[in-house]
Design a protein around this ligand. Structure first.
Ligand SMILES: Nc1ncnc2c1ncn2[C@@H]1O[C@H](COP(=O)(O)OP(=O)(O)OP(=O)(O)O)[C@@H](O)[C@H]1O
Ligand SMILES: [Mg+2]
Length: 504
């Protein structure tokens, strides 16, 4: 048994954990749940030796562990998948997988490293190319590498901090299969996720944290998604489903027969339009051209053939450019935030040269601070201090900051890429309402998401992306209330023709 005993941890004034005790048994999948900032990652990082607690002990099979660094945790048979990836970007997938495995010795032929990587990918059914450099991978692909790296360790305890955030439903199923096998062989698995149906499917027991305190530990059979949400947030939650837009206006974005082979996935003859007032969804398994498509829309890449047209709210054509689009980026830590800058500074990134925030090259600190304070209030960012470094915010709070900044301005196009990844149920609901509000206020929203449920709840129209091609999936059924055909969408996501009627 692995025990957290009376663990306490503060960061300055913030109490991350207060007197938390949990027992993690052998042969169990133990889900740790809680709102953004509840203390989940802090507790896991303490069990892994990355953070030292102010008080309390980590006890393994009756013996207190001295965890001064992750090496100590490895020695105790503990492996971890981090919420934020810890891969070496310059290395290939295979090199990353072998890193830290002391058993491989000082020297190993490249071919053997690659073979092992390929074997691992096959064994855990998580597809990655061993020769690609991590730098070139999409977030979903990085996630797979990060998971493989942990599963490859000869560990008895596996800690997975939001491993499924960007996995496709298929990959998540594969991961759960692997986790069940590990558990049945006696391993103990600590699992963090905000997706409650996932938790119900995989967990044997659940622990709920709220604001640094343990609220309950119970058998998963006794819990329901509703009871868990209630324990996490302290109140019941309704799931937001957006009604279809009453009407749509002029185009804010139009792609006409766009092709480009510059990215890793070639875009092929992509046409698409987003009008003011509507939310358009791009469904698809991560790595099918979503990144390339987003770069086109942002003007970061130019098409080799075809045309990308962006319009301002008055219908004038504007150059595609990052500043012209409200962009909720896929990877907040790499693309959206400057981690060592403060919350307030991050809150005006991209807009810091606007007249509101600067004059003749001098920043108006007071205006910036008050803008940040408003975002903090409106988006309930915790801790509520404009001066904390963005790096010290919990994952979900970083995401709220990005969303707050991007949705604060403009009426044109909102490009949201996996906008609720890592958000708790209450915040997810909140973001969905905000996106819906932006559409109602005249924005056009392009929602690229690996989460099909999210797309189905929010959008007016759906395109499916596969191997760089888009196919529109039209609503069908009762003409008065046409619905999206999820079976058809699933077929398109898998690259099958829409009308092939099930298996081929
Ligand atoms: N290095 C740090 N410096 C300052 N404060 C921190 C640091 N790490 C965490 N915190 C604070 O401790 C609290 C708990 O954070 P933690 O990352 O454990 O939350 P979490 O439950 O994992 O949330 P999420 O679901 O958003 O990942 C938060 O208020 C966070 O801002
Ligand atoms: Mg966390």
């Amino acid at each position: 048994m692995l025990e957290a005993r009376r663990i306490a941890k503060r960061f300055g004034p913030v109490v991350a954990l207060a007197d938390v005790s949990v027992e993690f048994h052998d042969r169990e999948v133990h889900a740790v749940l809680g709102e953004n900032g509840a203390g989940k990652s802090t507790l896991m990082n303490i069990l892994y030796g990355l953070i030292r607690p102010d008080a309390g002990q980590v006890v393994l099979d009756g013996r207190a562990l001295r965890l001064r660094r992750p090496m100590d945790a490895h020695a105790a048979g503990i492996a971890m998948v981090h919420q934020h990836f810890m891969l070496v970007e310059d290395f290939t997938v295979a090199e990353n997988l072998m890193l830290g495995h002391l058993d491989v010795g000082w020297w190993l032929p490249r071919s053997a490293v690659r073979r092992r990587a390929r074997e691992a990918a096959r064994r855990f059914a998580l597809d990655v190319d061993p020769d690609r450099r991590v730098e070139e991978l999409s977030v979903g692909q990085r996630q797979r590498v990060e998971i493989l790296k942990a599963l490859l360790r000869e560990a008895h305890t596996f800690i997975l901090d939001e491993p499924t955030g960007v996995l496709s439903p298929d990959d998540a199923q594969q991961l759960f299969e692997s986790l069940r096998r590990l558990r049945n062989r006696g391993a103990r698995i600590l699992f963090i996720s905000h997706k409650l149906n996932e938790v119900m499917a995989i967990a044997d027991r659940v622990t709920v944290l709220r604001r640094g305190r343990r609220i309950i530990t119970e058998s998963a059979d006794r819990a329901t998604p509703e009871s868990l949400a209630q324990q996490m947030v302290g109140r019941p939650l309704g799931e937001f489903v957006r009604p279809p837009a009453p009407s749509s206006g002029d185009a804010v974005l139009e792609l006409r027969n766009v092709s480009s082979a510059r990215g890793h996935v070639a875009l092929r003859d992509v046409s698409l339009v987003v009008r003011s007032g509507e939310i358009v969804g791009i469904a698809g398994v991560d790595g099918n051209g979503q990144t390339e498509l987003a770069r086109m829309v942002l003007g970061l890449d130019r098409p080799e053939a075809g045309d990308v047209r962006l319009f301002d709210p008055d219908g004038g054509r504007i150059e595609p450019a990052p500043r012209a689009v409200a962009h909720i980026a896929d990877d907040r830590r790499r693309e959206a935030l400057v981690l060592n800058m403060s919350l307030a500074e991050n809150a005006v990134l991209k807009h810091h040269t606007d007249a509101t925030f600067s004059r003749r090259g001098w920043l108006n600190r007071r205006a910036i601070a008050s803008h940040a304070a408003q975002l903090v209030r409106e988006f309930d960012i915790r801790p509520a201090s404009p001066f904390v470094a963005a790096a010290s915010l919990s994952g979900g709070n970083q995401q709220r900051l990005v969303i707050g900044r991007e949705l604060a301005a403009g009426r044109g196009l909102v490009l949201a890429v996996n906008p609720t990844r890592g958000l708790d149920v209450a915040s997810t609901d909140f973001v969905h309402r905000r996106l819906s509000e932006r559409a109602a206020n005249g924005c056009g929203v392009l929602l690229i998401s690996a989460d099909l449920d999210e797309i189905l709840r929010l959008v007016d129209r759906i395109y499916v992306i596969h191997s760089g091609r888009l196919t529109e999936s039209r609503r069908a059924g009762d003409p008065a209330r046409p619905t999206h055909d999820t079976a058809e969408i699933a077929r398109l996501m898998a690259g099958l023709p829409p009308d092939c009627g099930g298996r081929t």
